[in-house]
Design a protein around this ligand. Structure first.
Ligand code: SF4
Length: 143
């Protein structure tokens, strides 16, 4: 039996509404980056959590504290989601500090099966971020 966790990008989940359905579907089907776990063995998703947000150049400890919510519960591996893989400018730094801090856990960059071109995915996400959205500002200014 393997015990794993998933770490996602809070831009994708909190801002853009991803509920990690594709990551979880491929975990159930042992596809993508979960194909490494045998189909006939139990695979437990112990937990799933968001990155705590931009670390700046100084705040990687934020993620080290946050990820204890997974590493303290006997996970063998933590998968950093495809949205981290394709969108996060800190992913390489994250991988190195996480691996150094938790050598007993394997950190894997990727979750679900990869489809299409990462550059196209980034463009599509950019479109989501830049679409006009009403906000509290519009309520305050009665627009
Ligand atoms: S630091 Fe990376 S994973 Fe975290 S919210 Fe920002 S882009 Fe996403």
């Amino acid at each position: 039996m393997a015990r794993v966790g998933i770490l996602t990008c809070s831009n994708a989940t909190q801002d853009l509404g991803c509920s990690s359905v594709v990551c979880l579907a491929d975990l159930r089907k042992r596809k993508g980056f979960f194909a490494r776990y045998p189909q006939d063995e139990r695979l437990d998703l112990v937990g799933l959590m968001n990155c705590p947000g931009c670390p700046t150049l100084a705040g990687y400890d934020k993620l080290l504290q946050r990820v204890r919510g997974l590493t303290e519960f006997r996970v063998q591996a933590v998968h950093l989601s495809n949205c981290i893989k394709y969108l996060c400018p800190f992913k390489e730094k994250y991988l190195s500090v996480l691996q150094e801090a938790f050598p007993q856990v394997q950190f894997i960059l990727g979750t679900h099966q990869e489809e299409g071109n990462p550059a196209t995915f980034r463009e599509l996400v950019q479109g989501l971020f830049s679409q006009p959205r009403r906000s509290m500002v519009d309520l305050i200014l009665k627009r």
